[in-house]
Ligand binder design. Structure first.
Ligand SMILES: C[S@@+](CC[C@H](N)C(=O)[O-])C[C@H]1O[C@@H](n2cnc3c(N)ncnc32)[C@H](O)[C@@H]1O
Length: 242
């Protein structure tokens, strides 16, 4: 995928994103509201507003960054989303004015930065844009390389009378990258939705955060704040300035 850039995922998936990901966890909204308090909040990779819209409804002053003009357009086409300010660009560079009491990145979106350098750059920029008592929250999966068989995986995601969804992935354990296609098969033909990621285990995230001037304050195994444990498949981690 030589031509894949930070815009590619959103540009390709914007038309179908809200159909596939038509859900959110209310406990996520509650936790984010609690961390936000009355401060300004910044979401990295705001997308079509899956999380930003319910936060706005609760009175949170939300601002976003996104690289995809099509995802931003979807957000702004919604009545409640049209006045949410969004900065267009790559969130590893966090090109925004001022400081925020909460900066967050959910739904594994941090792993959309496909090199360790860009992930570290993002964390450094986050640290520069946090208020003194501010928090940076990340929701990400715990890598499971066991799902790859000789560097590849093919997974049936959905099977209906009129459509089939398959995820096809190639894994590079040296760079910790996974290049995938969400493949949609219907009577009308085949559609491809590419997604490239670089995963990191929680200790690497903590080390990068430390290099960026952040320290881990909380880590849970889910939005309901259950303890993070050996069998956790995801984590919600909160960092603060050192
Ligand atoms: C999986 S979606 C998540 C959207 C939203 N946060 C949600 O939870 O539904 C990832 C979003 O991040 C954006 N994105 C991915 N990489 C980015 C980057 N490097 N800079 C800015 N936006 C990026 C995509 O365009 C997309 O809108």
């Amino acid at each position: 995928m030589e031509k894949y850039t930070s815009e590619t995922y959103g540009e390709r998936i914007a038309g179908i994103y809200d159909t596939w990901y038509d859900f959110h966890d209310e406990t996520a909204i509650d936790l984010l509201c609690e961390l936000a308090g009355r401060d300004r909040v910044l979401e990295l990779g705001i997308g079509t507003g899956r999380i930003a819209l319910p936060l706005k409804e609760k009175g949170v002053k939300i601002h976003g960054i996104d690289a995809s003009a099509s995802m931003i357009a979807k957000l702004h086409s919604k009545p409640a989303g049209k006045d949410i300010p969004v900065t267009s660009g790559d969130f590893s560079k966090v090109q925004v004015e001022g400081k925020y009491g909460l900066i967050f990145v959910v739904f594994n979106t941090f792993f959309g930065l496909t090199t360790q350098e860009s992930q570290l750059e993002c964390l450094r920029n986050v640290a520069e844009h946090l208020t003194a008592g501010g928090a940076f929250l990340i929701e990400a999966f715990v890598p499971d390389v066991g799902r790859f068989d000789r560097g590849q995986s093919v997974r049936a995601v959905a099977l209906g009378e009129n459509e089939v969804r398959i995820d096809v992935s190639k894994h590079n354990p040296v760079t910790q990258t996974v290049n995938s296609q969400h493949v949609l098969l219907t009577d009308e033909g085949v559609k491809l939705y590419p997604v490239n990621i670089r995963y990191a285990w929680p200790p690497e995230l903590d080390m990068m955060a430390q290099l960026a001037g952040l320290k881990l304050a909380e880590r849970w195994g889910g939005w309901d704040r259950k303890p993070f444990a050996q069998d956790s498949v995801k984590h919600i981690s909160v960092y603060k300035l050192q």
